[in-house]
Design a protein around this ligand. Structure first.
Ligand code: AMP
Length: 188
């Protein structure tokens, strides 16, 4: 059963790769960033609360995120497997996920760390901002998102390493090379 967590800094290519692999393996791609952006666009209460954090490049508070993930993982399509992209984003979320998965009798297969050098991340994010018009892909917010990643999300890598679930994949290569490696991880 394919149940993967995609870790890695903003701009590492998590979203692109997660989407591609989810299509290939016919399982849902669960991106907390996408769910939040859709809530912002639809001006739901969650979206209204989340927006100020997203615009600043800060993490949205855990209490807004955890129910959202719990609800999404309990949808029927997630029984076939899933790829989580952008969650967990801190150690508290990782330990919540452990408890949630235990309660629904699921185990995560691997946590994949997509590794890309900092200089390349900023370049990629600036390009995406120009192309997709994402509000948080401006230089000031990008810088803050990278700081937040280092301070709060990077420790999640150790969390999964300690649990022998971590796989690191070099994300600084062509999209198809990275996809090929990720396929091997899934099929291992
Ligand atoms: P992403 O699309 O994953 O880069 O997420 C965009 C923004 O959504 C982040 O900068 C955060 O503000 C927010 N966000 C996404 N996922 C989470 C999460 N798991 N916990 C807290 N905030 C999140």
């Amino acid at each position: 059963m394919t149940r993967l967590i995609f870790l890695g800094p903003p701009g590492a290519g998590k979203g692109t790769q997660a989407k591609k692999l989810a299509e290939l393996f016919e399982i849902p791609h669960i991106s907390t960033g996408d769910i939040l952006r859709s809530n912002v666009a639809q001006q739901t209460l969650l979206g209204q609360k989340a927006r100020e954090y997203m615009d600043k490049g800060e993490l949205v508070p855990d209490q807004l995120i955890l129910d959202m993930v719990g609800d999404r993982l309990s949808v029927d399509d997630a029984k076939a497997g899933w790829i989580l992209d952008g969650f967990p984003r801190n150690v508290a979320q990782a330990s919540f996920l452990d408890e949630l998965l235990a309660s629904i009798h699921q185990v995560c297969q691997h946590a994949v760390n997509l590794d890309v050098p900092d200089g390349i991340l900023v370049e990629r994010l600036v390009q995406r901002g120009l192309k997709e018009g994402r509000a948080d892909d401006n230089e000031q917010t990008i810088r803050r998102r990278l700081e937040v990643y280092r301070e709060q999300t990077a420790p999640v890598i150790d969390y999964y390493r300690d649990r022998h679930l971590l796989v690191t994949v070099d994300g600084d290569r062509s999209m198809s090379e990275v996809t090929a490696d990720l396929k091997k991880v899934i099929q291992s």
